[in-house]
Design a protein around this ligand. Structure first.
Ligand code: SF4
Ligand code: SF4
Length: 386
């Protein structure tokens, strides 16, 4: 596991206390999006296709910390956009650390060398660096040459200064299992604490729709990758910043349903219903309203066509953690021996018929994974998301 024991203990105690109180919708990770603006334009990004006036919006320190207090989750992930563009990010992070919450500051690392001294190393602060693969793969994924080298240099810099560092890796269609395994080997040599990995979610607003894998392709890929992790080899040193049962789910061994309330999202529009990924289902004015007034039964695999392709950690990590809490021996076994990589897969939940083109229908070579020209008519309008 790529998560320190103290953090696992704190999150476990928090979960136990909330369960003892009989709570049904328990938040584990707050997704705090203080801005949507970014200094990259990646092929699979569903966050940056807003008009200029929305990209220029910034969440205030006060609103960010109020959201942290309102939600109460023990972990806070700060994606974006690119958080390091936000001039008050050091204050936001310091406020969260002062509350003894575990912060994951998700960054493409381009600005990290410039801003790193605005942050203090802490057991509560982790830089989660966006890295989708080896040099060629990552630079193609972010549609800009040289970003991989900057990210690797930033990882070395942050580790040298004593910061906790993980990488955040999204896998897209056409990726080769051995290449992924080699990349994980390489990433571990950088001294990172762990890898967060997910198949890309097929954002409706992403500039390229043909880069996303379907669920079957994702599960097969993860099985093939995990099969390359052999005991006694350097690959046995892979550490993941995710629960063992979430990895088991990625490998097709668990029929989990999404629990989006476990990862609530607060951004410049308010509390986003129902999750971090769907941005056109409306916003709640308060965290309490998000939990009480959202029709949770309308979302998840087999309930909503937009969820058909989703295996993202923001939907299913909470489910896996809950399962581990109920079945610790099962979780321990997967943790010790890794996810099963052969034999039948767990039954798939029935999918909802979708008018959206199946994401796995088109396979493109990675060399063509460049950002398509944006069409003005397809961009979101200035009035808000959706
Ligand atoms: S995926 Fe991340 S780094 Fe890439 S454009 Fe989107 S917010 Fe920026
Ligand atoms: S499955 Fe869950 S996390 Fe994924 S898009 Fe649907 S509601 Fe969001």
């Amino acid at each position: 596991m790529g998560i320190p024991l103290i953090q696992m203990y704190r999150v476990g105690s928090y979960l136990a206390a909330r369960k003892l109180r009989g709570e049904k919708h328990i938040p584990l990770v707050l997704m705090l999006e203080p801005l949507f603006q970014c200094n990259l334009a990646c092929a699979g990004c569903g966050k940056i296709d807003y008009p200029k006036e929305i990209l220029q919006k910034r969440m205030s320190v006060k609103d960010a910390l109020n959201a942290v207090d309102e939600c109460g989750a023990p972990c806070v992930s700060i994606p974006g956009g690119e958080p390091l563009i936000h001039s008050e990010m050091p204050e936001i992070v310091a406020g969260i650390v002062a509350r003894k919450k575990f912060v994951y500051l998700c960054t493409n690392a381009i600005l990290l060398a410039k801003h790193i001294d605005e942050y203090q190393p802490s057991p509560y602060l982790t830089f989660s660096i966006h890295l989708d693969g080896n040099r060629q793969r990552h630079d193609e994924s972010v549609c800009q040459e040289g970003v991989y080298d900057k990210a690797v240099a930033a990882i070395r810099l942050a580790r040298g200064k004593g910061f906790r560092v993980t990488i955040n890796c999204t896998l897209f269609v056409g990726v080769d299992p051995k290449e992924v395994a080699d990349f994980f080997d390489e990433a571990m040599t950088l001294g990172i604490e762990g890898i967060t990995v997910s198949p890309g979610f097929s954002y409706q607003h992403a500039p390229r729709q043909d880069v996303f894998m379907g669920r079957s392709a994702s599960k097969k890929l993860f099985r093939d990758v995990f099969a390359l992790r052999r005991t006694g080899s350097p690959r046995s040193r892979w550490a993941f910043n995710q629960s063992s049962l979430f990895l088991d789910f990625l490998a097709g061994n668990q029929s989990y349903q999404c629990t989006p309330w476990s990862t609530p999202t607060y951004n410049v529009f308010g509390w986003q219903r129902p999750c971090y990924l769907l941005s056109d289902q409306g916003y709640a004015p308060t965290y309490r309203s998000l939990i009480d007034d959202t029709d949770w039964a309308a979302y998840g695999v087999g309930r909503n066509a937009r969820c058909n392709n989703c295996m993202a950690h923001c939907g299913f990590e909470g489910t896996a953690v809950d399962d581990a809490f109920r079945h610790p021996l099962k979780a321990l076994k997967v943790s010790l021996f890794g996810p099963r990589t052969s034999g039948p897969m767990a039954p798939e939940l029935p999918l909802v018929e979708s008018d959206v083109r199946p994401p796995s229908a088109v396979v493109i070579p990675v060399t063509q994974m460049t950002r398509a020209r944006r069409k003005t008519e397809s961009r979101r309008q200035a009035v808000g998301p959706g």
